[in-house]
Design a protein. Structure first.
Lengths: 119, 306
């Protein structure tokens, strides 16, 4: 797997990631192991391939490489400012991230549990 | 022939971020064949079991999603007939000349209240590979990948689906096979123009023009299991499944293409006849309606679109 890096999701916990692994996948694993605390909603996971935009984060520290991602969700200015889709970045050092999920997505994630309770 | 007018889905044009990765996904993994590449870079794909020139178009773009979905009419005169009805309904119709896509005749196009572009076409050249018509084998070219048999339907997300429903029924002669009614109104509709339980479906969504998934028909439940093996072997991003829908009864698996567009491969579903009543689901059983085995929605189903 190569080097292992700690990936801090600020306010929630620390995941372990690898240079050949999408950061979102590392965060999903950490969530599965109960390592992410106090999440306002479940970790937003969508297409995992850069199209849907729900896994937006701001990288506040560290070095990464990235795949192409939808300009509908990450503008060139966003990308330059470190706002990216976590499914399309790979850690090249320790990273710190902040969830930057759009308000629209947050609202939808809040609606969904109500439907699950009804089902 | 009882089936006339709009018969079935013809093709969908999908936006992709990485063309080589998209071609590999749709041909090697889902099992389509590349027919040709257009001068503008669009890539035309089909299954080996389809006669028409192509059923999926890939267009390189900076954002994922769907450009248009087209339906096939039985004859050219249908295009004129529907143009009149759509115009009288109050929706503007435009014209796309024959040859704008290779092998495809003239089309009419229009934007529906959910923000999606829909087109009608009556003429397509045939392309290889296609089934033989004299002493045909079950397949001429051996199936590969998930062995998709046809582009079957799409599920689109957008606003005003009450208006979309009225338009498809009144102007395009579709019928409503199934619907989901929530306390705050209509949430989802499954529409058919032929004998499948759905040819196009819509879910209410704030943003217009969004794609939930495009879907490909497989031969049986065994093939859905094989598709699941392929997803894991090639590390393709999975959404949910293998499972079954209560709605339409399809046996299914959902996953994402390399640009994040959701794909479905499925088998089964009931046969629809035009005299059948609409099947209705309410809030208490929607989980079972969407995912019959899990009996609850996953968070992504209502929120993740391109």
């Amino acid at each position: 797997m190569g080097d292992r890096f700690s990936i801090t999701l600020e306010g929630h916990g620390v995941a372990s990631g690898y240079p050949n692994e999408r950061v979102l996948v590392a965060l999903e694993r950490a969530q599965g192991f109960g390592q992410l605390k106090n999440m306002p909603v479940k970790l937003p996971v969508g297409c995992r391939r850069g199209g849907c935009g729900v896994c937006r984060v701001r990288v506040t520290r560290g070095v990464y490489r990235s795949d192409p991602m939808s300009r509908a969700h990450v503008s060139a200015e966003d990308e330059a400012a470190g706002v990216l889709l976590s499914c399309c970045i790979y850690p090249l050092s320790e990273l710190s991230l902040r969830l930057e999920t759009t308000a629209a997505v947050k609202a939808k994630y809040r609606e969904t549990p109500a439907i699950e309770q009804g089902g | 022939m009882a089936l006339s007018g709009i018969m079935r889905p013809a093709f969908a044009q999908i936006r992709v971020l990485d063309m080589p990765a998209a071609i590999e996904h749709y041909t090697k993994r889902i099992g389509l064949h590349q027919v040709c590449e257009g001068a503008d870079g669009r890539v035309y794909l089909k299954t080996a079991d389809e006669f028409d020139h192509h059923s999926i178009i890939l267009r390189r773009a900076d954002a994922a999603g769907i450009d248009l979905m087209a339906f096939k009419c039985l004859e050219e005169a249908d295009l004129d007939r529907y143009e009149k009805r759509i115009t009288e309904y109050g929706i503007a119709v435009d014209h796309v000349a024959a040859g704008e896509m290779p092998g495809i005749g003239r089309r009419i196009g229009f934007t529906i209240p959910s923000g999606h572009r829909i087109e009608l076409v009556a003429t397509s050249e045939m392309s290889e590979p296609k089934p033989r018509t004299h002493n045909p084998d079950v397949w001429d070219v051996e199936p590969h990948g998930m062995a998709a048999r046809r582009f079957d339907h799409a599920l689109l997300y957008g606003p005003d689906i009450e208006k979309v429903l009225d338009f498809f029924v009144e102007a395009l002669d579709f019928r409503l096979a199934e619907r989901v009614d929530m306390p705050d109104g209509l949430l989802a509709i499954w529409l058919t123009c032929g004998m499948k339980a759905h040819d196009i479906a819509f879910v209410k969504h704030q943003e217009p023009g969004k794609l939930h998934h495009i879907s490909f028909d497989l031969e049986n439940w065994q093939a859905v299991g094989h598709a699941a093996d392929i997803l894991t072997r090639y590390d393709i991003s999975i959404d949910i499944g293998p499972t079954r829908h209560g709605i339409t009864r399809g046996q299914t698996i959902y996953f994402f293409d390399p640009s994040g567009n959701r794909d479905e491969v499925f088998a089964g579903g009931y046969t629809y006849y035009p005299d059948l009543p609409t099947r209705t689901w309410d809030q208490t059983q929607i989980g079972k309606g969407i995912f019959y085995y899990e009996r609850q929605l996953n968070p992504a189903f209502l929120s993740v679109v391109t």
